[in-house]
Design a protein. Structure first.
Length: 250
């Protein structure tokens, strides 16, 4: 018998309480099939869905069959999101590289558009993963009232209430706050790596830059002259002088 979902107390009122929304640059744009007018709009919607679930999709990660079905109206956006969550890319990149608790946190952020309320919610969804598997977790999240009320069948999930009128800056995006790999796997892969592709150039203000005739402009030239070795005349010893080369009077 499957264990029912444990009860957890909702918190984080930013995503639960409806308030006066102020349009800012940080407010996410809602992508839905209800206002698709051209093929380019559908292309943008698909790219946003990939960015929401995968953060970035390479050519190898793209689900061509699901994209074709979505373009032809055979499946809804909710079905497309479900296919991405059950894909091999999501399994290898998120489930295998994280614990069940962190995997649940990643799924809640990407599917429901909010942070987990508490550790009790992590435990509740982790039990679903352990008893019903990944497919059971995905189906229960997509069939939840919270998902259907906020995104329905035609809207791509997004981070809800990221920007509030009472704050100057919005919340950090999920993709930055919760990276794909956990700290343990990042250390195994050697992350982070600081690789400079080009030479780092330092900016010097114009008033502090050297003028013509400044001695600092000739430092490199002076160093080269100091390290350069001039032509040294060979030392002549009396032991290696040939008598035939010595001038003498006849």
């Amino acid at each position: 018998m499957a264990i029912p979902l444990l009860n957890y107390a909702p918190s984080c009122p930013n995503t639960r309480v409806e308030g006066f929304e102020v349009s800012t640059d940080e407010r996410p744009k809602v992508y839905t099939t209800e206002n698709i007018l051209s093929s380019s709009d559908m292309k943008d919607l698909i790219e946003v869905a990939y960015r929401q679930i995968f953060f970035h999709a390479f050519k190898w990660d793209r689900q061509v069959c699901l994209e074709s079905q979505l373009r032809n109206g055979q499946i809804t956006v909710r079905d497309f999101i479900r296919g991405l969550l059950l894909s091999e890319t999501f399994y290898n990149s998120f489930y295998e590289k994280n614990s069940n608790y962190r995997f649940v946190e990643q799924c809640v952020q990407r599917v429901l558009g909010r942070d987990v309320y508490s550790e009790r919610e992590k435990i509740a969804w982790s039990i679903v993963v352990a008893t019903k598997g990944i497919q059971g977790l995905v189906d229960q999240l997509l069939n939840s009232d919270e998902y259907l009320e906020n995104f329905g069948y035609d809207t791509v999930p997004y981070q809800r209430r990221r920007s509030l009128a009472s704050r100057d800056e919005g919340e950090t995006p999920f993709n930055i706050k919760s990276p794909r790999y956990d700290g343990y796997h990042r250390s195994m892969l050697g992350f982070p790596q600081m690789v400079w592709q080009n030479e780092v150039r330092r900016f010097t203000p114009q008033e502090k830059s050297a003028k013509a005739g400044d001695p600092s402009l000739f430092v490199d030239m002076a160093r080269n002259l100091k390290n350069a070795r001039g032509t040294v005349s060979p030392r002549v010893s009396a032991m290696n002088i040939s008598l035939s080369s010595v001038p003498y009077r006849k």
